[in-house]
Design a protein around this ligand. Structure first.
Ligand SMILES: Cc1cc2nc3c(=O)[nH]c(=O)nc-3n(C[C@H](O)[C@H](O)[C@H](O)COP(=O)(O)OP(=O)(O)OC[C@H]3O[C@@H](n4cnc5c(N)ncnc54)[C@H](O)[C@@H]3O)c2cc1C
Length: 383
């Protein structure tokens, strides 16, 4: 749902200009230094990018899902590391509080997240539980006026920068399965919380992940999200449903960028006395990429509109994440191919994007997990 087309167009134009004039020219520096310059972070704050999906009452822009995916299409034309920095505040690092938090929790944290004064992270994955998130082992046992957390979380996006973590932990030590999982807001400086060393990743330099370790970490009872035990896994799944649509939109934007670069290259590069864009085998790669991209864009917009209309889009969000992330991988591969040897050396952005976009098929549910969700939902509704 687009509430006011004129306002949205203004926002998208200013983001497109920011991407073109500020983010793309700084991509290589971010990749070389593994750091987003502070000045750019400040400009992202000024544009309101940290609070896109946070309700207006708490200082955010309260974009609808359809509006948010349009923003993600634009932003993802630049290196995915930039989107990753604002991604957790708008998605997995804030939505647990937005969707299920108490009024006091919302009032305390959301304005700071929306303003980018605070960075939020989402800590579900553990060394022993990734796809099988419901088997997580971190415990949070009630002791007087606090829960005592013990365990460790793995690959947590923005953990090195984070001020607060949404942490899923087991509040019942006996009960197995997801019904014993609760969600907490844990502040970075809580005694007993420590960070591992920053992971060395395949791509997305400038975006950081690391382990988050809890050793007798006492978290006040007021930090239990929604004030209710046993619903933390449901909160996490609701957060991921929305996140999957957002990531699918990011895949569309990143694929558009790679295809723009490849088309430009194909028009400039000459072989056999003519631009390689004239060769039908190169045209096939351009055309297949364009076609798949168009399909993914349409899917994402349709699912976003349905979500805005109040439909349960669990299946559609997984369809979008599955198709758009796999599409993005295929487009990346073809765009490297169109660049020939130049696509394999670091002078061209496509080499970096090829590595950066590989992540989209893995996090917020691998492609195989999306397939399982889709098929399970189909079977459940047919019975
Ligand atoms: C850069 C990065 C950032 C991340 N950020 C976060 C974050 O902010 N917060 C967070 O909590 N997590 C985060 N993650 C974790 C991410 O969500 C997990 O890596 C992902 O869910 C997969 O879990 P896993 O790595 O344990 O793989 P596994 O679950 O061990 O999967 C390995 C393989 O087995 C397949 N597989 C597993 N189960 C099945 C099945 N039932 N049927 C078929 N195939 C199956 C998978 O699809 C995959 O191909 C991040 C990961 C990375 C790499």
């Amino acid at each position: 749902m687009i509430r006011d087309q004129e306002t949205l167009t203004l926002l998208l134009d200013s983001i497109a200009r920011f991407v073109r004039e500020r983010l793309i020219p700084n991509e290589q520096e971010v990749a070389d230094t593994d750091r987003i310059p502070a000045q750019l972070v400040a400009e992202m704050r000024d544009l309101g990018l940290f609070g896109l999906s946070i309700p207006e009452a708490y200082g955010g822009l309260a974009l609808t899902m359809e509006e948010e995916v349009h923003v993600a299409f634009e932003l993802a034309h630049a290196s995915p590391a930039f989107r990753s920095l604002i991604g957790t505040n708008n998605g997995i690092g804030s939505q647990g509080i937005v969707i299920d938090g108490t009024e006091a929790q919302k009032r305390h944290y959301l304005p700071k997240l929306a303003a980018g004064q605070m960075i939020g992270a989402f800590a579900l994955t553990e060394p022993g539980s990734g796809s099988d998130a419901g088997s997580l082992k971190t415990t949070a046992l009630l002791d007087g006026d606090a829960y005592v957390l013990n365990g460790s979380k793995r690959y947590i996006t923005n953990a090195p920068e984070a001020d607060i973590f949404t942490v899923m932990a087991r509040t019942d030590p006996v009960l197995t399965g997801s019904a014993a999982i609760s969600a907490f807001i844990v502040e970075r400086d809580t005694p007993g919380l420590s960070l591992g060393k920053i992971d060395r990743k395949m791509g997305q330099r400038g975006a950081h992940t690391c382990d988050v370790i809890f050793e007798d970490c006492r978290v006040p009872v007021g930090q239990l999200i929604g004030g209710r035990e046993g619903v933390g896994f449901k909160t996490a799944m609701k957060v991921l449903d929305k996140g999957r649509l957002h990531i699918a939109a990011v895949c569309v934007g990143a694929a558009e960028r790679m295809l723009d670069d490849a088309l430009r290259y194909a028009l400039e590069r000459e072989q056999f006395g003519q631009p390689i864009a004239e060769f039908q085998l190169v045209q096939a790669m351009l055309a297949d990429s364009k076609t798949e991209l168009y399909a993914a864009r349409c899917m994402v917009l349709d699912a976003a509109r349905r979500r805005d209309a109040g439909e349960d889009v669990s299946t559609e969000a997984s369809c979008c994440k599955l198709f758009a992330s796999e599409m993005c991988g295929r487009v990346a591969d073809r765009c490297v191919q169109i660049h020939g040897g130049a696509g394999y050396v670091a002078d061209y952005a496509v080499e970096r994007f090829y590595r950066d976009v590989r992540l989209f098929r893995i996090y917020e549910g691998t492609s195989q997990i999306q397939q399982l969700v889709i098929a399970r939902n189909m079977i459940r509704s047919a019975r």
